[in-house]
Design a protein around this ligand. Structure first.
Ligand SMILES: NC(=O)c1ccc[n+]([C@@H]2O[C@H](COP(=O)([O-])OP(=O)(O)OC[C@H]3O[C@@H](n4cnc5c(N)ncnc54)[C@H](O)[C@@H]3O)[C@@H](O)[C@H]2O)c1
Length: 375
């Protein structure tokens, strides 16, 4: 039992578990062994169960599942390389081939055990193979726990553009067990924190204040998160997905920071200097906040708060290499573009935003220059 002996786990294992049973999302939050996970697996007795992992979650997370749940004794394990490069059509084809070779049917189950890369690809495979098989998400990164595993959006990158191919299919169940975070590297914990910041800003002033208060005192080497706060960050995403599962209206707000975040992430990948999704999103949140302030939507004092938090947590980028020309190649491909204009979620203050605002190149230029001059 790899996990139970680590001192970092005591806190998590004594926490109360939470459940959410909605129209779109069915989720358990708490120690996996104390949830309905085993019962869920019982429902697939006689069916094939496949577990999708990447090499890191194979090493750090898989043993716990295999040794704790006898229902998984015969499970086939599919291992993919870690990292964003795996979100490719070539890898999807290889996985489709394997499902055919294993004679997987629509009644079988795919378990995704990993971060957002594993859940995005696994969700896509589970949506497309035979027009859909059951999928259960077990996120193992902070980012995936509060965001990527929830809401059924899945997909891959194509021709260098992030998440450009994909669809929406809700998972049968999501099991969030924070114990998996004990092996997650610090830069990945920080990456997940970016989406927590996003959720707090979307949620409103109360959650945003709480997040600002605890951020400076987080001990990243012994990461523990108050389970009530953790649950509220998760609920922020669930409540949005419940109201707008197909991202026709409200769900678009979850793109806060992502117009610039995706462009930065794709650019870094192209120049062979990849950064975490969350690191890109964190700077995306700040750049977009700077643009919202230039447009008179966000107050200077709110911008200062956002800037102070983000600059205190996230590694600065090589700002001298980032300019409008470099980023526009990616911004031009953004799914939210309309009338050939770049669109973003403009924050007015915590909990208030405009959904479809325009980014003008000169505003982006001014924001990037301000970051270049920051010490
Ligand atoms: N579908 C959505 O709604 C949605 C939302 C947000 C982000 N995403 C996507 O999620 C991806 C980013 O997800 P991520 O940050 O989880 O990245 P990731 O899946 O690449 O995981 C980050 C790293 O941590 C490793 N890892 C995972 N769990 C571990 C553990 N418990 N111990 C040790 N190592 C572990 C992984 O192998 C990887 O190297 C991006 O592709 C992004 O586009 C999707």
């Amino acid at each position: 039992m790899l996990f139970l002996h680590s001192p970092n786990f005591i806190y998590f294992y004594t926490m109360a578990s939470q459940q959410y049973n909605g129209k779109q999302v069915t989720l358990d939050f708490g120690p996996l062994g104390a949830t309905s996970f085993a019962n869920k697996l019982d429902a697939y007795a006689g069916q094939k169960i496949l577990i999708l992992v990447d090499e890191n979650t194979q090493q750090h997370c898989l043993d716990y599942l295999l040794t704790s749940f006898e229902q998984l004794a015969q499970a086939e394990v599919l291992v993919i390389p870690p990292g964003e490069e795996s979100k490719s059509i070539e890898l999807v084809v290889q996985l489709w081939d394997l499902l055919l070779a294993y004679e997987v049917t629509k009644k079988d189950l795919l378990l995704c055990l990993g971060g957002g890369v594993v859940t995005d690809i696994g969700g896509f495979i589970a949506s497309t193979y035979k027009r859909g098989l059951d999928v259960i998400m077990i996120p193992t990164t902070l980012l995936c726990m509060v965001d990527a595993a929830i809401g059924g959006k899945n997909g891959i990158d194509f021709q260098g553009v992030k998440n450009i191919i994909g669809c929406t299919k809700q998972a049968q169940h999501i099991f969030i067990d924070p114990a998996f975070l004990s092996t997650l590297p610090i830069n990945e914990l920080r990456s997940g924190w970016a989406e927590c910041i996003k959720h707090a800003l979307i949620n409103g002033p109360e959650l945003w204040q709480r997040l600002q208060k605890i951020s400076p005192i987080i001990d990243w080497a012994n990461f523990q998160l108050d389970s009530a706060l953790f649950w509220e960050l998760i609920l922020t995403k669930i409540q949005i997905v419940e109201q707008d599962p197909l991202e026709l209206t409200l769900r678009k707000v979850l793109n806060l920071g992502h117009t610039l975040g995706h462009a930065i992430e794709a650019h870094q990948l192209q120049i062979n200097a990849p950064i975490t999704h969350g690191n890109a999103v964190a700077w995306g949140i700040l750049i977009e906040a700077m643009i919202a302030a230039q447009q008179g939507l966000l107050s200077e004092s709110d911008l200062i708060e956002i800037s102070a938090l983000i600059t205190s947590i996230f590694e600065p980028l090589k700002w001298e290499q980032l300019n409008v020309a470099v980023l526009s190649a990616f911004l031009d491909q953004d799914k939210k573009n309309q009338d050939q204009k770049w669109r973003y979620v403009a924050l007015k203050k915590a909990g208030e935003y405009e959904m479809n605002s325009v980014i003008h190149p000169h505003e982006l230029d001014a924001a990037l220059k301000a970051l270049q001059s920051m010490k």
